[in-house]
Design a protein around this ligand. Structure first.
Ligand SMILES: NC(=O)c1ccc[n+]([C@@H]2O[C@H](COP(=O)([O-])OP(=O)(O)OC[C@H]3O[C@@H](n4cnc5c(N)ncnc54)[C@H](O)[C@@H]3O)[C@@H](O)[C@H]2O)c1
Length: 326
């Protein structure tokens, strides 16, 4: 059993990982300001409401901690292009504040939530980690900056890190009452659900990409599989593993229209949609080569069927709606 501090544990991916850590017998504390997360996502007694940029309040939370799992960040790419300073402050400066507190308290292991957005637009599929980081928006840059800082923190301060570059997180662990509820929501599957519920069509951005049906292809990785990747990363660091970056995706891509069809099959409902123009900076295809994560850290994703993934998300959506009207 290890003592783990989870930043951003009141958010979507963090709250799932907290559940998997508890199941594995770890002692967990969540540090979250609740700026974009929800207290109802955190089991009673574990939440400490602090902002990452407030270094002195992090110090007592790190007492006796074996490792940090660091999710806390702003995640909306569109927001980052309008308010880059906000993303650099929260995501980059917030991470520096956390690393500062770790250095002061002698905590020397961290798992960091990075993103496929660090790669920018590349004409390679699937994407290996050997590609250079070349982000094309402030959100991706805020994460790439932290990745580079983490390398220096290892070289100069002996703080080892695993950076997990998630592709498109989706789904929900059944039966826990936690799932994706960003506000505003920008992710495809919950937006498709909103279209079903409201009857207002969702916009498919572009159907003239060089893909089979013309719509963008993404790698949809189940949030519970992301959670197990964090456990694998902790094991790796605890057994002396070196600092490194790892893609976290299934290795299979699905187009927007395929996702819409999977939702229709999983829910039995018709999805209203219209086709709009392309969105600036949307690559045609983003699919992970996750060989390194599988072979080095021993990660095996459990969810490989998109319809099954969508079913878990739909189950959470029903729970969310029932909770809202209760
Ligand atoms: N959701 C995805 O598809 C995806 C893909 C790639 C990377 N990521 C990364 O994964 C991480 C988690 O994403 P998510 O979807 O769970 O997001 P989320 O918004 O659901 O959760 C983020 C949590 O961090 C907290 N937080 C933000 N800034 C904070 C601060 N300064 N101090 C304390 N708490 C703060 C929020 O309150 C929230 O609970 C993020 O770092 C994100 O960049 C997510």
């Amino acid at each position: 059993m290890a003592k783990i501090l989870v930043t951003g544990g009141a958010g979507y991916i963090g709250s799932h990982t907290v559940q998997f850590l508890l199941r594995a017998g770890h002692d967990v504390t969540v540090a979250d300001s609740l700026v974009r997360g929800f207290a109802h996502n955190v089991p009673p007694g574990l939440l400490r409401q602090v902002d990452l940029t407030d270094t002195p309040s992090l110090i007592p939370l790190l007492d006796g901690v074996d490792a940090v799992i660091h999710f806390a960040a702003y995640i909306a790419v569109g927001e980052s292009t309008k308010l880059p300073e906000l993303h650099f402050w929260n995501n980059s400066a917030g991470s520096i504040s956390l690393l500062n507190a770790m250095a002061q308290t002698g905590v020397s292991k961290i798992v960091f939530s990075s993103t496929a957005a660090v790669y920018g637009t590349v004409d390679v599929s699937p994407l290996p980690e050997t590609l250079p980081m070349a982000p094309e928006n402030p959100y991706g840059e805020s994460k790439a900056t932290v990745e580079r800082i983490l390398d220096w923190m290892d070289r100069c301060r002996g703080i080892r890190s695993v950076r997990l570059r998630y592709f498109n997180a989706c789904g929900a662990e059944p039966g826990l009452g936690i799932g994706e509820e960003h506000d505003p929501e920008t992710h495809l599957i919950p937006l498709i659900f909103r279209a079903i519920e409201s009857g207002k069509p969702i916009t498919v951005f572009g159907n003239d990409y060089p893909t089979l049906d013309g719509t963008c292809i993404r790698d949809y990785v189940h949030v519970s599989d992301l959670a197990t990747a964090h456990l694998a990363a902790l094991n790796w660091l605890s057994s002396g593993g070196a600092t490194g970056a790892y893609n976290c995706g299934t290795g299979h891509g699905h187009s927007v229209l395929e996702v819409i069809r999977a939702v229709e099959e999983a829910t039995g409902r018709t999805v209203p949609y219209v086709v709009g123009p392309r969105r600036e900076g949307d690559p045609a295809r983003l699919v992970a080569d996750a060989t390194r994560l599988k072979t080095q850290l021993g990660w095996t994703p459990r969810y490989t069927d998109l319809r099954e993934i969508v079913r878990t998300a739909w189950e959470f959506e029903q729970f969310r709606l029932a909770r809202r009207s209760a």
